[in-house]
Ligand binder design. Structure first.
Ligand code: BGP
Length: 462
C-alpha cells in the first residue's frame, strides 16, 4: 500500500485472482491433437499482421508448464482462477470427434487448480473458433449456434465435476466489432449486416449454453463476461448525449440486456431495423433468450469510452460503421497509461457497479479482467525484478473505487486481474506485458514481479 492510502477491508470470502484464456496461454505441442482455429489459420496466411510476427503457437507454454504455473498461482495469492477451454483443442474440427488428449489435459489442469484450494471459473469461448467452422461462414451462419451448443454441452458433461462456475463467452462484442466492422480480427470484414447477425447468433448460442448448463447440473452457475465500458459524452449537449447512448446500446446493452434481462432494448431493435440490418429472428429463439438468463456476470474493465456526436453522417452506399453514430472523444487532460496508450479512469469501475445495482437487479458479479499493459517493461527491471509499482498503484486505485461501490451495496464477489503471467495477446502478441509474473520469451523462465509478491499480501489481508 502506498503511504497516503488507508486500509480497506473487503467482504469475507471475496475472491482474489486472475484471468487468462486457452488460446493466449496454452500454445501448441507436437502430438497434442489440437485442431486449427481462426487465429492459427490467419497467422499462417498473414503473419505480418501480428506484432513482431509472433503467432498463436508461441503462447506462454501453459500446455507444457501448467504444473509450475499453478504453483505460481498459489505463490501470488490466488483464491480464484479463470481460464478457457479451446474449442479447437477439444473438438478439432468443431463438431464430432473429441480429442482425448485434450480431455486428459483439461482434467489434469482443473483437478490441480482445485487441489490447491483455488476456485475455478471456466470460459468456453475467448475469440477462438475452430477453422473448419469459420470456413462454413463462422458466426454469420446460424448453423454454428447448434455446433456451439453441442460443444458447450460436451464441456459440461466432461468437466462439470471440476469446475466451480462456467462462462459462455468472453467479450462477445469484440469479434463483432473487430471481425465485422473494424478489419482488425479475422475474417476482417466491414459489413454491418453480418456484424448484427454474428452478434445475434452469439447471444442465442450463449443462452442455449445457459440452458444446457442447467440441464446438466441445475445447481451450477453460469455467466457471460462483458466489457461493460461506460460511454461518457463529451458534453451535456443533446447530440453528444445521444452519441453516448447509442454507443452503450451497441457496445454494452447488445449483450448485457438479453443476457441479464432476457430481452433486447427497444431502441436498439428500432435502430437495427431502421438501417435494414435485422437478422432472421423467430419467436422461439426470443423465448430461449428470455428463459435462459445468466446466473451472474463477469465484467472486464480497462478504460472508459469517451464519445462525441459523429462528424460524418452516413450516406447510402457507404459501409455503415459505428463512427456514423458516435465518434471517439480525446478528452484533454485525461490520466493516461503511457505504456499502453489507454486512459486510466478508476471511477469507471464504480459507475459500472452502480449501473448493475440499479438497472440489472444487482445481479452477482465479479471483475473478470482489469489490468495495466506495459510496453517495454524490461526497462523497469532492477536487481533481477520487474519493479512494477505503477501496476500496484493501478490495482489499488481501482480497488478503492470497487470497495466504495461494495459499501454502497454493489454485489461484486471477487477481483480477477488480467493476468497472472505475461501472455500472448492477439495482434499485439507480447507487446504489452500484463502479468504478476514475468515471462522470458527465450528461456520460458517465470519470475514473480514486485506486483506478484504484493498481490499475495493483498489476497492474504483481503
Ligand atoms: C481483453 C481481452 C484479453 C486481453 C486484454 C489485453 O479485451 O479479453 O484477451 O487480450 O484485452 O489486451 P491487449 O494485449 O491488446 O492490451
Amino acid at each position: 500500500m502506498t503511504k497516503d492510502k488507508v486500509f480497506y477491508q473487503f467482504p469475507t470470502n471475496f475472491l482474489w485472482g486472475s484471468s487468462t484464456s486457452g488460446p493466449q496461454s496454452e500454445g501448441i505441442e507436437p502430438g497434442d491433437g489440437k485442431g486449427q482455429n481462426n487465429w492459427d489459420y490467419w497467422y499462417s496466411i498473414e503473419p505480418e499482421r501480428f506484432h513482431n510476427k509472433i503467432g498463436p503457437s508461441q503462447t506462454s507454454t501453459f500446455y507444457k508448464h501448467y504444473e509450475k504455473d499453478i504453483d505460481l498461482l498459489v505463490e501470488t495469492g490466488h483464491t480464484v482462477f479463470r481460464t478457457s477451454i479451446q474449442w479447437s483443442r477439444l473438438i478439432p474440427t468443431g463438431t464430432g470427434e473429441i480429442n482425448q488428449e485434450a480431455v486428459s489435459f483439461y482434467r489434469s489442469v482443473f483437478s490441480l487448480v482445485r487441489a490447491k484450494g483455488i476456485q475455478l471459473f471456466v470460459n468456453l469461448y475467448h475469440f477462438d473458433l475452430p477453422y473448419c467452422l469459420q470456413e462454413k461462414g463462422g458466426w454469420e451462419n446460424k448453423e454454428i449456434v447448434q455446433a456451439y451448443e453441442a460443444y458447450a454441452r460436451t464441456c459440461f458433461e466432461l468437466f462439470d465435476d471440476l469446475v466451480d462456475r462456467w462462462i459462455t463467452f468472453n467479450e462477445p462484442i469484440v469479434p463483432v466489432e473487430c471481425g465485422y466492422l473494424g478489419n482488425y480480427h479475422y475474417p476482417c470484414k466491414v459489413d454491418a449486416k453480418a456484424a448484427v447477425a454474428v452478434a445475434y447468433h452469439t447471444q442465442l448460442a450463449s443462452s442455449l449454453a445457459v440452458k444446457a448448463c442447467h440441464e446438466v447440473n441445475p445447481h451450477k452457475k453460469i455467466a457471460i463476461v462483458l466489457n461493460l465500458t461506460p460511454a461518457y459524452p463529451r458534453s451535456e449537449q443533446a447530440e453528444d448525449i445521444k452519441a453516448a447512448r447509442i454507443a452503450e446500446l451497441f457496445q454494452t446493452k447488445s449483450f448485457l440486456d438479453p443476457s441479464v434481462l432476457g430481452e433486447y432494448p427497444d431502441e436498439l431493435v428500432e435502430l437495427i431495423d431502421a438501417y435494414g440490418l435485422m437478422p432472421e429472428v423467430s419467436d422461439e429463439e426470443l423465448a430461449i433468450i428470455k428463459e435462459n438468463r445468466v446466473d451472474f456476470l463477469g465484467v472486464n474493465y480497462y478504460q472508459p469510452l469517451r464519445v462525441q456526436a459523429p462528424t460524418n453522417s452516413w450516406k447510402e452506399g457507404e459501409p455503415l460503421t459505428p463512427e456514423h453514430f458516435f465518434a471517439p472523444y480525446d478528452m484533454p487532460g485525461k490520466k493516461m497509461n503511457p505504456h499502453r496508450g489507454w486512459e486510466i479512469y478508476e471511477k469507471g469501475i464504480y459507475d459500472i457497479a452502480i449501473n448493475i445495482k440499479e438497472n440489472y437487479y444487482n445481479i452477482e458479479w465479479f471483475v473478470t479482467e482489469n489490468g495495466m499493459g506495459v510496453e517495454g517493461e524490461s526497462a523497469f527491471k532492477d536487481n533481477g525484478l520487474i519493479q512494477d509499482d505503477y501496476r500496484i498503484e493501478f490495482i489499488e486505485d481501482h480497488l478503492i473505487e470497487l470497495h466504495r461501490a461494495i459499501q454502497e451495496g454493489a454485489n461484486c464477489k471477487g477481483y480477477m486481474l488480467w493476468t497472472f503471467i505475461d501472455c500472448w495477446s492477439w495482434l499485439n502478441a507480447y507487446k504489452n506485458r500484463y502479468g504478476l509474473v514475468e515471462l522470458d520469451l527465450d528461456t520460458q523462465e517465470r519470475i514473480v514481479k514486485k506486483s506478484g509478491k504484493w498481490f499475495k499480501k493483498l489476497s492474504d489481508a483481503n
